[in-house]
Structure formats: C-alpha cells, structure tokens
Design a protein around this ligand. Sequence first.
Ligand SMILES: [Zn+2]
Length: 437
Amino acid sequence: MCAAALSAARAASLARTIPVVEPFGHIADRNRSCRRSRLALPFLSVFAFEVLATDGAARVGRIRTSHGTLETPGFFAVATRAALKGLDPEVARRAGVQALICNAFHLAVQPGPEPVARVGGLHRFMGWPGVLATDSGGFQVFSFRHGQVADELKGRRRLPGPTGPDLEAVRVDEDGVEFRVSASGRRHRLTPEGDVELQAALGADVLFCLDECTAYHVPFRVTRDAAERNLRWARRCLERFRALGLEGDRALYGIVHGGVYPELRRRSAVAVAEMGFGGFGIGDCLGETKADWYRVVDLVCPLLPQDRPRHLLGVGEPDDLVEGAFRGIDSFDCAMPTRLARHGQALHWQLPRFRLDIGASSRLREDVPIEDGCPCSACCRFGRSYLHHLFRAREALAVTLLVEHNLTFTTRLLARVREAIRAGRLRELRGELLAAT
Ligand SMILES: [Zn+2]
C-alpha cells in the first residue's frame, strides 16, 4: 500500500472515532447546538430518499441526511477545494443552496484528509452545515490524462483559468489509478477502496464510486472495457463502504457508464442497479450535443430503482436543469454558475443562453439590477453599471456578487421546477423557458 493509501486509511480510522460536529459559532455554542439537535431530531442520522409528487417521469422528492435535507430536483453547488469561489457558504445557504459537492482528489492532494478528519470532517472544516457530497476524483484524474477531454465529456468548451494541479504519468490498471503531481513530485494512488476511505474521512453525506471516464472520440472497445472495469470497481467500493459501517448513515452512489452506446449504458445501469447502492449517478461521456445526453438519461432512468435518487454528474445549465428534471433526474452538480461569474456572466431568465454579459461596455449606462425581483445582494443593492465597474476593475467583489446571483438564480429555478411538478405543469414551464430565450 502506498503512502497516500495508508494516509487515507489512517484518516478514515480517525474519522470513525470523531463525531461530525455542526459548524458555526464558537466551539461551545457549536457543541451545545449539536447536543440539542441530536436529542430533538434523532431520526436525522439516517440517509433517506422519498418521492413526494410526480409529473410524468419528473418527481419532487427529498434527500434526508444527518446534515439536513436537499429538496429535489436539487442542486449541489460545486466547492471543489472546500470553497465556493469567492462566497461565504453562509451566504450561499441564504441564497437557497442546500447542498455542496467537493472533490476528494483535490482535497487528497491539498490539504490531505488528515487535517480535515482531525477537526471532524469537511462540514466543520469549511463551515457548511448542510448536505455535502464528495466526488471521487476519478473524473479529474482522467480529464488531466486526456487534456481537453474534461470538457469534451460534457460537451462544453474549455474556459481559461486555474483548473488544478498538473498531473504526470497517469496510469490505470485493474487495481486503480496512479499519478504524480508535477509541482510536488509526489506520487498518489487511488484505488476503489482507498477512495471510499478518503471520502469517508472527509465526512461526506454522499460519496461517489471511483470511476474511469472515457472520451467521446475513443473507440467503442475503450468505452466498453472501461465500463466493465468500472463495474468491478463499483463492487469493490460498495464492499468497503459496507465494511466501514457507513451504509444507512450516508449514501454511496454507483455510477452508470457506457458513453453514448445504448447497449453499454443498458448493461451498466442494470448491473449497478442490482448492486444496491443508496443512489445513482449518471456519468461518463454524455455525447457532443444536448440531444445526446437526453437520449442517455431517457434510456437509463427507467432502469434505475424508483426509490433511489438519480444524480446527473457535471450538468447544470438552466435549460439542462429543466430537461433533466423532466426526464426523471433528482439532482445535479455543475461549476457553471460559479465559473460564469468569474467570467463576468450573470444568469438571466430572458436573454439568449440565459446570460447577461456584465463586462459589456453598454452596462455602464444601465442603472438597473441584473434582474428585477431577484432577492440576491447584487440585485437588491447594486446596479449593472457598478457591477460592470467592479468587473472591469478586477475587484474580487464582482465575482462574489455574481456568484451569489448565479446561485440564487439556480436555486430559484429549481424551486419553480418543483412547484411545476407538484402542479402537474412541468411541460408548460419547459415551454415557457424555451420561449423566453
Ligand atoms: Zn440577483
């Protein structure tokens, strides 16, 4: 076992001995509130999913964890390195964000699992009291290996900006994946078992299986072989998850692979469903166009158990959220709201591609909010001209305010989706949204 795996195992052992403590306030207040919540709400220690209403394939539900509830269809805001870009997680909570997703691979590289486990897990480490997931990191490792493939996988163009540590010599074998981080020269090895231990040490409510993602352009046999290996890895992940005694308190999500090939998707979905995971992710290459992923989701969702949540990995444009919910997806994660903010783009209901370019010089003459009726700080307190100035002056406040707005937009859109499903009019909302843009 290499040093990284040993370190993850030690941290997992450490995490099992440290109760997860609610963040906020100073430690005494924190401990009091913890005792109080355990006494008053003992049933909250169990992960559960329930469907409350349906409209065709779409459903409104609730994912309950020991750290609170995510209403579904819901959104995991991306906090890759245990931070939302430029935003206090408490502000995100007020913006309606109920769940975050961090990246186990990035956190394994920096700061490592031990400092996080030592303080009781990510919730306390990063001051986030709500639902928290960790992605295994497999996607990141393989995306670095394939260069531009990270974006090709999700059908989007790569945007400039920091993306993470440079990796060298990424090698995959039956046992796992090994890579070296260029800056430090340190070698890391991720195995299915070690990755579950790592995520357990980080304290996530929702964990994802380690998987190998394939690119759109690779031959069929590469996607097929990776999908088969991912099934073997999924079994190993689940065995370790159960051996750690986490089943019931947390959920491990199995991931459906198979690229754009229906026969591979079908086999992967049936096999992963039979393993009995607490929830399911739909991952791997989703094709080049939105129509490609619609076909994948339409094929996969009916093959998954009705009583378990379904998560669409890495997809979250406004129209994607509506289309995904329409097809039976319960949750999404996507860096888009925060990434757009860094590039001066604010989400807006009625503009092409839902984007308002704050950096455009015409904004200087617009003394109106980004969007009327939006309750976020950017819209309630500032006009577009000031936001344009902040963005052009490269003030950090510009990103902070735009991230808050974009997350508020996303959570409000999903609230509208849930309301429409309850009222049996999601198809109507879908039409309104498409007509608006
Ligand atoms: Zn706003």
